[in-house]
Design a protein around this ligand. Sequence first.
Ligand SMILES: [Fe+2]
Length: 309
Amino acid sequence: MTRDTTLESAIDQVNAVVEARLRAPHVRAFFHEPTFTATYVVSDDATGKAAIIDSVWDFHQPSGRTSFEAADEIVAYVQEQELSVDWILETHAHADHLSAAPYLQEKLGGKLAIGREIVTVQGVFGKIFNEGTEFARDGSQFDRLLEDGDVLMVGDIPLTVLHVPGHTPADMAYIVGDAAFVGDTMFMPDYGSARADFPGGDARLLYRSVRRLMRLPDKTRVFLCHDYKAPNREEFVWETTMLAERTANVHLHEGVTEDAFVEMRTQRDATLEMPKLILPSIQVNMRGGHLPPPEQDGISYLKVPVNAL
Ligand SMILES: [Fe+2]
């Protein structure tokens, strides 16, 4: 091979990588109003491969009953579109809804993955819920524990994993082509940012994580885990762009310093109630979406630790 053709083939290889990264995946959002959560099915048109991000298992707290309405919508969509699910991803151990990951995995296949720092979350909450030794705190409830910089594939499109702690220690963002799934870091520009006062939360880390995300290109499509509407906005919206976030996010736009953000976030968090479903959510989500093991009567019970949170 001459020097020229070697160079040319190297350039072709680089171009192929760049092209794959810039490829726009197909993104279908499902918004769950009872918990204000957006679940995403992100897929590669060329191969029909897909990942599901942040699913919801319906839980009716007053009766303690679960149902699969939200999850069945995902199953129906994936089957209609004839997608093949390779990954079921969590951006973090959610404190406001239960994950339907095990149900989706049973119906659709795919590997369940979450950030490696889930082990820290399991340690903290294993203690709060006084779990015995049968509750493994090593992340073994998941098929894969992800680290910053890991790359998974959604068909031919690379999915890059970024560790974005702050809301919790285990938060991950998933960058797929031109789409960023940022979990609970920033929300819509008119709403701001996620809270940072759960055990293991850290407003300073959250600021740094968001600044890191904001280095993504301006035209990046940004998909949020939640929306709660906002003053002067009557509709739920869960998609924006990095340009809009960088220039207009009410808590985190360019020019807001780390100290100013930490002060604002800390004051605001002190006024917030705990999420309605935090106790059931954490007990299930730290187990990868499984209920605690049933007692002798075959029923699973969820605990309420009194004055512990
Ligand atoms: Fe969250």
